[in-house]
Every structure is written in C-alpha cells, then in structure tokens.
Design a binder for this molecule. Sequence first.
Ligand code: ADP
Ligand code: MG
Length: 710
Amino acid sequence: MQHSPPQHFRNRLLTPVQYVKGVGPTLAKLFEKKGILTVEDALYFLPRGYEDRSHLKKILELKAGKKETGFGEILLSGIAFYQNKKKRVFEAVLGDGSGTITLKWFRGNERYLRDRFKKGRKLIFSGEVRWFNYQKEIHHPDVEVVDGDIEKDYLNFKRIVPIYSETEGLYQRTLRRLMKTILDGYADELSSPIPPEIVERQDLINFSEAFRRVHFPPEGESVDTLNLQRSDGHRRIIFDEFFFLELGMALKKRGVALETGVPFKTDGILAQKLLNLLSFKLTPAQQRVLSEIKEDLEKSHPMNRLIQGDVGSGKTIVALLTCLYVIECGYQAAIMAPTEVLAEQHFLNLHRWLEPLNVKVALLTSSVKGSEREDLCQGIRNGNVQLVIGTHAVIQEAVEFHHLGLAIIDEQHKFGVVQRGLLKKKGGNPDVLVMTATPIPRTLAMTIYGDLDVSIIDEMPPGRMPVETKVFPESARAKVYRMVEEEVKKGRQVFVVYPLVEESEKLDLKDATRMAEHLQKDIFPQFRIGLLHGRMRGDEKEAIMTEFKEGKIQILVATTVIEVGIDIPNASVMVVEHAERFGLSQLHQLRGRIGRGRYPSRCILLAQYRSSEEAKVRLRAMEKTTDGFQIAEEDLKLRGPGEFFGIRQSGLPDFRVAYIIRHTPILIEARKEAFRLVQEDPELSQPSHAGLKEVLVKRWKGRMELATIG
Ligand code: ADP
Ligand code: MG
C-alpha cells in the first residue's frame, strides 16, 4: 500500500521514511526502532561494515581461522543437543556442491530461527570459519536470505556490499533496496555549507557523493579502508560533524572573549597571608597554574579556564587563592561542588584557613533551612558573605549575589558543559574556573571543553605514599578483613565503598546499611563502624564525617558519595565492594581518597565477577598503574566517550557517525579550520559563510547562545 505525503515537505530531507516508495507504515515502524524517522536519518544510517562480494568463494575454498563470506543452500536445519541434552543449539547445514558448512546459533529465538532458515533456502553467510569434528562451521554468522538470480543482482552481489545493522523484520536485502531508493531520490538534497576554500584545502569530496559512496562503494574502493571508516566518503561526513562542533566551540570561545568582565588587579595581600599560614609550599605546577589564572583575572574579559589535575594534586588551594584575589577586590566568589558531602568538606577545610584572614565564608546546601537560610541569603545579597560554598544546584537556584566576581566549579565532569548563561544571570559577568580530576584525554578535552583555556597541574605534592592496588576474589574476604584489622590496630582508618548504581539504588543502599551492621556486630565489634550515604540528611552526614575525621570512627562504610574531594590523611585502606561494577575513572577517583597521608596505603578491589572478561581486564588496569591519564585512556577505549562522560547530557551536539577516538586526526583538522574561520570572520558575515549559521543552530539545537554572533 502506498501512501502519498499529506503535505509537501519543503525540506525534502525531512520527509518521513514512511512516504518513501516501498516503505509504508509497517516498515516505517521498524525503521523507527532504529531511530530513523526521516529520509535524512536514513541517509545517516551508515553501514556498520562491508563485504567484498565481487567474487564469491566456494565453500571448499573457505579457510578456517579467517573471516569469510560464502554462498550455499540449506540442506537441513533444526535444533541439535550437546552436553547430555543440556545445551540446545540451532544449526543449519549448507552446501554448494563443493562442500558443506554448519552455521550455529547458541542464542536466539528458536521459532524465529526455524522460520527464517528453512530447508531449501539460499543464504549468503559470513563470519569466522572454525573447525569442529572435521567440519567447517561458523557461530552466529551474518546471514542474508537470497532469492532470485544472483548473477543479475548488482545491488547485493558482484560488488562491495554494505552491511547494515538489522532488526527483526528488516533485513539486509530490504535495507539495501530501500537505501538505494532513498539515495537516488534524496542524496542530492544533502548539502554542507563548508566554504569552498576549506573543502579544497582539506581535499574533501562532494557531500552528496560522500553518502552515495559510503552506502554503495564504487568499484576500486578497498574493503578494509571502508571497514575502518577511512574512505574519502567517511572522511567527508565525519569532517562535517566535527567541523560544526568545533565551529560552535570557536564561536563560544570568541563570545566569551568579546564579553566585558571585571579586571581584578590586586597586590595579593590576602593570598600572601594564606600562603604564610600554610604548612607547605605550593608545588611548581600549582604556582604556574596560579600565575596563568592571575593573568586571566587581570584581563578585561571574563576568565573561562579549566584546571585539570589528578586526584590529590592540590587543586583546592589554587581555587582558594583565586577566590582571595577576587575578594580582595571587593567582589564575591562561589565554589560549587557536585555533592553536599563535598561542599561540606570544602567548607570544613577552607573555613579554618579563612577565619584568621577574616574572610566571611558560608555554606549553602539544601539542608540549610528556615530562618538560617534566610539570613544567609540576606548576607549573600548584601555582600557580607564573601565566599559561598555549596552545591551546584543550590547556588544556581534562588541565590542573589551582591557582586559575584568568580564562580568555581569543582569536579566539572559531573555537570557537563558550563552553563555560563545561568551564571551570568547571577550578576555581572563572573570569571569562571572549572576544576576536574578526571584526566581528560586531549582529544576529548578538545570537544567537551573546546571553548575553555586549559591549565594542568601535572605534579603531585611531595611525600605522597604510593597506593598499592590489588584485586581479590570473594573467596579471599576473610583475608581482606584481617588486613583491615591489622591496619586499624596500627591506628589507621579504613573506607569500605559500595557501588550505588542508579537503577538499583534502594537495593544497594540496603546492602551498604546491612554491611555496616554486619561489620559492627560480627566482624569488628571492637571498632566503631560508621555509615555514610547520599540519602542521609546534611547534618547527619556532617556528624559522621566529623567523627571519622576526628578518628572516633575507624571504619567508614560509604556509597560513592565519597568519590570526590574527601580528605582524610589518616585513612590508609580502601576496600571496594563489587569493584567490577565501577568504571575505571570512578575507581581511580575513589582510590584518590587514600594515600593522602604519611602512610603506605592499600586499595583492595573485591570483585564478584561471574565470567565477564571485560571486568577482569578493567580491574587489572587498576593494579598496573596509578596514572590517571593512562586509566582514562583505557576507560575511554573500553567504554567509549558517551559512557565515559555521559556526553548526551553534556550539552554537546550528538555525533551520528564520528567517533572521537577513532577519528582523532579528522577532529584535529576540523578544529583547526573552524578556529581559523572564526578568527577571519568572527561574525560569519561573509557571503560564503551564510549557510553556516543555519547548520550550527540545527546541530547545536539551541544549546549554544548564538546571540553573540547576531
Ligand atoms: P585535589 O586536587 O584532589 O582536589 P586537594 O586540593 O584536596 O586535591 O589536595 C589534597 C591534599 O594535599 C590536601 O590535604 C592539601 O592540603 C594538600 N596539598 C595541596 N597542595 C600541597 C602542596 N603543595 N604540598 C603539600 N600538600 C599539599
Ligand atoms: Mg578536589
């Protein structure tokens, strides 16, 4: 049944796929499952791989140990039983006159498999060929049911064919046929307004042509290059995605440079006083970063800087000194932390330094209520309070400042891209300093923090004791307890950390609570055990933290609320329960809570993995290195950037094709070109740049303040 469009789509690329010839409502539903609603979505649905079918091999010629593609007819199919009938496997035996091969499925819906792979059907199959009982076989092959004459089928044979990601009911041949229709009908509508001089300099092919080639590669392309997404077509499409990301970044950065802010010029008397109070000297790295910040402060446009420094590198003191410069100039500063516990920690730590300096500091969290809160807000409004420490949400919420000069955002990766707009509303045009302990690989930094200047504290304060990390299986629990006991007897303190995964938050909370009780009653009745989790009230948390700090509690059972910023130098052991559930970067953050004092420290990862190989590899990486950068790179490789940062929430455009790690060289080129363009034409007012704004707005979906570019 063919439906005609109810209206004419001015932008034909936005035509719903349903109205494409040969699609209709049923297939449209299946497309929708893949997130494909419009013709444009379909064009961006690039093949996940390619197969060279220019010459199909005979089954006899297929070699074990290699990924091969073959063709044959199903001679028989059905369920086979293995291991005393305990294991059911669906099998199809195929022949082509030269030999036979068995295709095997160990999982999957049996009815569906039976239905699809009936005796007599012809199949194209591919996958890694193995030997088993003197037979060739492939496990979970990619398959395609063939009908018609393959000698005359130029879409599916006699060429490099695209392999799409399938869904039940929507298979390769249908996909290929429809993609061909869509390309023929709509590819010409695709355009990318990247200016001709860049196209030329970067040697980019025509945009529409890129899509045609990527879906149906022309003769002469290399299948390997295609599979690596390194063909000219891929490069053109990926360049386009990165270019508009970086163009947005370049404009954002330029926008900040155009704003006027307050030039903070001081003699740094307060800062000097603080430095005299400290029991330590700043490391050269801290000094360097501080002077970079000072330079920014003195400029007449707002600072927008990221400080990156591994856990324990001493970012807090740098932040505080920055606050003091601004406060000395008569302005207010705010430090925003991701959690209440961390805000409270900052407050407790900074408070004792600020008191002798006579600087008025206040803690503002959601647990400050009633008249106390009113007084506090009043003080912030009239400028009596000079430094406000609180959670991100609280400070952005209802607080009015007298004269906010500086906003510091701690552990930024928890928030995503800086909401400068929100901060601006707090009055004036404050300088912004973002701090993160997550060592961001350079490539990611270019994308996520592409509009910030970056300072790196690449040196640890002297005298840190290394943390030794070891993975233990559940069966070694008793031994782990003995290690804990020994350490507490020596006067040290211990963290026991429980994961808190969002979907099972309640359950895990119960685990942690039960664990604390169990440890207190059954294992360590002679010690005091404390419990700390995110659901506790602010004052409860504070009480526990204080007792732990004062050494009244020896073992603190906690959820990941302690992940960032907690500073207890006497804690020398951390036991991480269910370590397999944590990401590497998170484990690294956690581990940063120990090894802060004079004592050799130990991080014990208790893993309850069943068989997940990936978890094992991950945890081994923790044993091998304490270098945050290495761990981050590893994490990024294992999990991909989306998970690593929750990029979806970070306010950046989503990539449809580009993959930051794999396509780094293209990213670097695209960034160079975008920044160069904005330098030459900051308003994008040249005629050849007219189309750029429109695409920018579309890609960034309003997540960028484009007002500044008119
Ligand atoms: P992070 O960078 O993880 O936020 P912190 O700022 O919490 O690290 O610093 C960790 C510990 O190191 C704190 O106890 C802090 O007082 C101490 N510290 C910071 N700078 C130095 C330094 N230059 N020398 C010695 N100790 C320092
Ligand atoms: Mg910190």
